[in-house]
Design a binder for this molecule. Structure first.
Ligand code: FE2
Ligand code: FE2
Length: 235
């Protein structure tokens, strides 16, 4: 029996967003713009030249957190479209979200030389962003370039997706430490509003990075493994 997927191509795109507003970020990472009226998922995707099967595979994965080998067959998503989605997500984190959190942090904490904890927080954050940049640059330059050549049928001999899968690590954990430093040790004076706002952003970012990594581990890697096998059999 076919698995029941929550979201279908005939659903109204606006209903998806009402159901779960975090899907707004998924939409923008697929390059989908708002203002689609009452169009269905399939219609919005077709009008905006996005592969609707890949979009649905991602939103359904975000919904139930599971992706089994049979989902790989059922969803028929495109590796190219998923890779484009992952690249856009990298740009979002590196060029928008993480710099925005830094600006908010500086606004929320007292960075005068007298405040040691504030300086520790900022230093910790900058080191963390450096690690995320390294992680994502490696994926952009090494992994995606490899997969592009695999798709073209000319993969290099010295690399395969298992190398990536082995070294791929979670990048959201350190944000948890950062939250703990702020919550436990930042000597707050006055209003909590700014600091709370930045903590909420950090919680969201942590969750967002966690699901980003899961898409790479549970959707991207198995699909590339399958493509590698297919290429092997073609030889
Ligand atoms: Fe990534
Ligand atoms: Fe990653």
């Amino acid at each position: 029996m076919k698995k029941h997927y929550k979201y279908k191509e005939t659903d109204k795109m606006s209903d998806l967003i009402c159901e779960d507003y975090s899907l707004l970020t998924v939409m923008s990472r697929f390059g989908l713009s708002l203002g689609f009226g009452d169009q269905s998922v399939k219609e919005v995707c077709r009008t905006q030249h996005v592969d609707h099967k890949t979009f649905l595979a991602v939103v359904n994965f975000m919904e139930d957190g599971q992706f089994q080998p049979e989902d790989l067959e059922d969803s028929e998503f495109s590796i190219e479209a998923l890779m484009e989605y992952l690249k856009r997500a990298h740009n979002y984190f590196l060029d928008f979200n993480l710099p925005a959190i830094r600006r908010k942090l500086i606004e929320a904490i007292d960075c005068s030389a007298a405040n040691d904890v504030a300086l520790v927080i900022l230093k910790f954050y900058d080191e963390y962003v450096g690690e995320v940049r390294k992680h994502m640059n490696y994926e952009d330059r090494r992994v995606f370039t490899y997969v592009e050549s695999l798709l073209k049928g000319t993969p290099p001999e010295d690399y395969n997706i298992a190398v990536f899968a082995r070294r791929h690590n979670q990048i959201n954990r350190k944000l948890n430490e950062l939250k703990n430093i702020i919550i436990k040790y930042y000597p707050q004076k006055g209003s909590n509003n700014l600091l709370n706002a930045v903590l909420f952003d950090i919680y969201n970012c942590e969750h967002d990075l966690f699901s980003h990594c899961r898409i790479e581990d549970y959707m991207f890697v198995p699909a590339v493994l399958q493509l590698e096998k297919k290429r092997q059999n073609e030889k």
